[in-house]
Ligand binder design. Sequence first.
Ligand SMILES: *[C@@H]1O[C@H](CO)[C@@H](O)[C@H](O)[C@H]1NC(C)=O
Ligand SMILES: *[C@@H]1O[C@H](CO)[C@@H](O)[C@H](O)[C@H]1NC(C)=O
Ligand SMILES: *[C@@H]1O[C@H](CO)[C@@H](O)[C@H](O)[C@H]1NC(C)=O
Ligand SMILES: *[C@@H]1O[C@H](CO)[C@@H](O)[C@H](O)[C@H]1NC(C)=O
Length: 572
Amino acid sequence: MNYIKSEGSAKMIYKILFLLFLNFNYDKFTANASSDCIPRRTKYGLVCVCTADHCDYLENPQPSSNELVVISSSKEGLRFAVSKLNFGEINTKTNAETSLNESNGDFENSAVIVDSRQTFAQLLIDTSELLTSRFTANNPLKLRVNRSVEYQKITGFGGAFTGTVSHLLGQLDQKLQDHIYKSYYHKDGIGFNMLRTPIGGCDFDLAPWAYNEEPRDDPKLSNFQKLDPRDEIKVQQMERLKSVSNLEHLKIMAVAWSSPTWMKTNGQWSGIGLLKTEYYQAWADYHLRFIELMDAKNMPIWAISTGNEPLNGIAFFFFVHFMSLGWIPRNQAVWLNDFLGPTIRKSKFKNVLIFGNDDQRYSYPSWFIQMNRTRPGVLNYLDGLAVHWYWDEMFAPNLIDLTVAQLPGKIVLNTESCIGDKPWQTHGPELGSWERGEQYVRDILHNLQHSYNGWIDWNLVLDEQGGPNYVNNFVDAAVIVNATNRAEIYKQPIFYGMGHFSKFLPEGSVRIEAKLLSVAVEVVAFKRPDQRIAVVLLNSESRAVDVLLTDSVRGEIKINIPAHSWHTIVYN
Ligand SMILES: *[C@@H]1O[C@H](CO)[C@@H](O)[C@H](O)[C@H]1NC(C)=O
Ligand SMILES: *[C@@H]1O[C@H](CO)[C@@H](O)[C@H](O)[C@H]1NC(C)=O
Ligand SMILES: *[C@@H]1O[C@H](CO)[C@@H](O)[C@H](O)[C@H]1NC(C)=O
Ligand SMILES: *[C@@H]1O[C@H](CO)[C@@H](O)[C@H](O)[C@H]1NC(C)=O
């Protein structure tokens, strides 16, 4: 079936943003709280620019009973472009071919369904070319969604509030700061509900630091009676984040990178340094003290972990020059079982969740098996498993499935991700890179296809260099701040990539079965608390692809998705 006449090319295909094969009704999307992306071309792709006066938002589409809403982003320039189609008329109308007939000039009415207000769309659609493009739809990929097969529930999505993030936010005027908070945490942004923050310093800070560095050898933590001024600022920023985002419950995960140096065997921030056994209780108290002080500021801690990347202080000290505390599973089992676990559970804050490992996939499940050998029952102290994404391309997600099979009922979260961390990668941001966004989308999708309940990204914002920090460790982030003019921020494809999940999969969404036999196009589907279905699709092909979606209740719909694109399809 050829719907559009004359010579087509991959280039034209991108320019057609969405093609329908049957004659569905659709509306142009008009939402009050929405505003458009202001696109800027960069060396690596496209970013959306926000200033104090303008930032892009999208009010969550609420499809009515028969409607199906498709939210799309593409390499060629769509960013959360909304199309509405109508499910009910599937297979009832047969005039699609007429309306898309070669000799019929009104193709654009029926075929392209994208918000024409989008600056990108105006930039990219040339209707004359559109009318001369060619599409074929002989073998659509068959996507089957069966809502009666259920898997894990979503806990949430978030990013990290490091010292660097706090420092950069502090340089921006309030309106621009607010756009960052709202872009991430408001429902009209990408609806994050989680935040990871260090206890003391981490690698993204202006200096390494911990509470109670002085006096030394002070297990009573006599100098840890109030929050550090840096944390006081963070708390104010988090208050602002919550209020401008209308967010009542922010799930804050607090994690320590290193103890004060006097608690460590090597007396230094980095290198091979473990906790001295005589300070096991002090280090547990240190965590509880932070929880108490944050709570006193009305910023309750939702969860802690047993410590960031414990292997850095054991095995990877050649590469890792930032503050780290080393653990081996045997010692951590003793600390968790005999000190941290009882300290938290016997306190007023016994409901604070404890996450284990907080390191790479390759340590799963052996880390936990070894802990359990040292202290049988220790794993009962864990509410969740925290995983970092850095070696996901080499270690498959079934390592997590294996762990979950042995430790059922634990919340599995990715707790750190960024690009540019590897020696062979270009350090720092590649502003506008679609490929980096696609790496995120693929990994989040794979994780969700397995046992993960959510995802926390690394720094919410970084500067153009991917810093600043005290170790000149430069990496990418979803939003980049122009620290030169302090007047612009850039939302990268990574931001929208995470948003295709976080915005449309609120807490409590349940994964359902979605099958698609394809390498190029991948899918994951959820039933949300509002009972709507949300299907996330990734097309990593450099050509447009036809997908025939069959829902176990609704029936069929055929859509065409452009080259290198991501979509969230929401329907009842
Ligand atoms: C396309 O239009 C031509 C001329 O109007 C008509 O003869 C032909 O049947 C149409 N094709 C389809 C598939 O409707
Ligand atoms: C922990 O150890 C106990 C007995 O020592 C064993 O029954 C259990 O299966 C172990 N759990 C894990 C996750 O290794
Ligand atoms: C940041 O702002 C400066 C000064 O206005 C400008 O020269 C520079 O190009 C901007 N950076 C980016 C990445 O756009
Ligand atoms: C959906 O899954 C259920 C449970 O496995 C099964 O009974 C049903 O036949 C499936 N429906 C379709 C349309 O495949």
